[in-house]
Write a protein that binds this ligand. Structure first.
Ligand SMILES: [Fe+2]
Ligand SMILES: [Fe+2]
Length: 380
C-alpha cells in the first residue's frame, strides 16, 4: 500500500498542480476500462447506465439502480450464504477410508470431479476479477460480480476442506487439470477465452471487442458454469441419492444452488448486452457461439468417458452425451438461439433437485440462520 501513496505523491509533484492531479485521480477511479470520462458534477439518470462502454455515469454510485435483475441476483446470493466447514464430513471419511466402502470406479469418479472443480472454481473467479470486472461499466452488475467472486472463493475453499477431510493429496487433486487430458481439454478451452480479453490491446470499444467479450461470457457463464459443472453435479449427487458421500453431496447441493444464480446472472448479462448493442448480434457471432457450445459438448462427453469408462451407479458415457446435449439446448434457447440436438433429459431427477433448491426447506436451517444472524439486535 505505501507504494500507492508514493505514486500519488510523485504524480502530484510531477504535475506541479494539486488540483489537476486530483481530477486525474478521481477520473481514474471513475472511468471505465477504456478510459471513458464521466461528468462527475451531474446526478445520475439511470437511463444513462450501460453495461459496456458507459460514458455518462460514475460507476462508483450504486443508486439509482437500472438493472433490477443484477440487484435481485446479488440479494439472492447473499441470502444463500454458506461455508463448507459447516457440513459434517464424518460419514464421508468413514466410507472413504473403509477399503470396502467404495470400489475403484466409484473412487475415480469422485477424484476426477474433485480434480475438475477444485481448479475450475478458481478459473471462474479469476476470469471475473482479472478479465470481466473492469469492462463492466455498471455498479449494480459489479456489485453482483463482487458477490460471485467471493462465492467462487468459497467453492474453492470447499475443495480444500474435502481434500483435508478425506486425507487426499492436495497436489494431486489441484494439479489434475494438468495431468488428466479430459480436464485439461475443458480448462484450456475456457482459459483461451480469458486470454482473449486479457490481450494487451483488447477493448470493448469496437464491435469486434464486444463480440470477443460476449464469447468470454458464453464460455464461462453458459459453458463452464452452465454445462461443464452440471454433469459434475449429476455424478456427485448420484452418490448422494444413494445416501453415500453425503457430506460432499450436501456441499455440491449448495454449490449447485449458487451456480444456478451465476448462470441466471450470466444469461441476463449476455441478453442485456445484446439488447444494448444489437449491431454485435450478427450471424457470424451466433455461429461462433454454436461452434463453442458444440465443441464444449464434445469435451464434456470425453470427460464423462474418462470419469466412468465402464459405467458407475447406472451412469455411462451415452447417458451423459444425452444429458449434456439436453442442457446445451436449454442454454442456447435462453440466449435467443435455436436448440440443435433435440435430446431428452435422461436425469429428470436433476430438474427436481434444481427446483427443490429454490425452496426454503431443501437445505438444513443454516441458511435461514445466517439471515436472522445478520439482523443486529441492539440492547440498551
Ligand atoms: Fe463456483
Ligand atoms: Fe460459479
Amino acid at each position: 500500500m505505501p507504494l500507492v501513496f508514493e505514486d500519488v505523491e510523485n504524480h502530484v509533484q510531477h504535475n506541479g498542480n494539486d488540483h489537476s492531479s486530483a481530477n486525474e485521480i478521481s477520473s481514474a477511479l471513475c472511468c471505465g476500462a477504456n478510459g471513458e470520462s464521466y461528468n462527475l458534477g451531474k446526478r445520475i439518470d439511470p437511463e444513462d447506465k450501460r453495461l459496456l462502454n458507459c460514458r455518462q455515469v460514475d460507476v462508483n454510485q450504486l443508486m439509482p439502480l437500472k438493472y433490477e435483475w443484477a440487484w435481485e441476483h446479488y440479494l439472492n446470493g447473499c441470502a444463500n450464504h454458506w461455508m463448507p466447514t459447516e457440513v459434517p464430513m464424518q460419514r464421508d471419511i468413514e466410507l472413504w477410508k473403509n477399503p470396502h466402502g467404495l470400489n475403484e470406479a466409484e473412487r475415480q469418479v469422485i477424484l476426477r470431479n474433485l480434480g475438475f472443480f477444485s481448479t475450475g472454481e478458481s478459473l471462474v473467479g479469476n476470469n471475473i476479477v482479472l478479465a470481466i470486472f473492469k469492462h463492466i461499466t455498471n455498479s449494480e452488475a459489479r456489485q453482483y460480480l463482487l458477490r460471485q467472486a467471493f462465492e467462487e472463493a468459497i467453492h474453492t475453499h470447499t475443495f480444500h476442506y474435502i481434500v483435508e477431510s478425506l486425507g487426499l493429496d492436495g497436489r494431486e487433486v489441484f494439479n489434475m487439470y494438468h495431468e488428466v487430458a479430459s480436464i485439461e481439454g475443458k480448462d484450456k478451452f475456457v482459459m483461451a477465452l480469458t486470454e482473449d480479453v486479457l490481450a494487451p490491446n483488447f477493448s470493448t470499444q469496437s464491435a469486434e471487442g464486444m463480440k470477443k467479450f460476449v464469447k468470454n461470457l458464453v464460455g464461462f457463464y453458459v459453458i463452464m458454469e452452465g454445462i461443464f459443472f452440471y454433469s459434475g453435479f449429476v455424478m456427485i449427487l448420484s452418490f448422494h441419492r444413494q445416501n453415500r458421500m453425503t457430506g460432499i453431496g450436501e456441499q455440491f447441493q449448495y454449490i449447485l444452488r449458487d451456480e444456478t444464480i451465476h448462470l441466471n446472472f450470466g444469461i441476463d448479462l449476455i441478453n442485456t448486452i445484446k439488447l444494448e448493442n444489437p449491431e454485435i448480434w450478427t450471424p457470424d457471432l451466433q455461429q461462433d457461439i454454436y461452434d463453442l457450445i458444440q465443441e464444449a459438448v464434445e469435451y464434456e462427453v470425453l470427460y464423462a468417458r474418462d470419469c466412468l469408462p465402464d459405467g458407475v451407479l447406472g451412469l455411462n458415457e451415452g447417458l451423459f452425451r444425452e444429458y449434456v446435449q439436453f442442457i446445451a439446448d436449454r442454454r442456447l434457447e435462453r440466449i435467443g438461439l435455436q436448440a440443435v440436438y433435440g435430446s431428452k433429459n435422461p436425469f429428470p431427477w436433476m430438474s427436481e433437485t434444481i427446483d427443490m433448491a429454490k425452496e426454503k426447506n431443501f437445505f438444513e436451517t443454516r441458511v435461514t440462520d445466517y439471515q436472522s444472524a445478520g439482523t443486529l439486535q441492539w440492547e440498551d
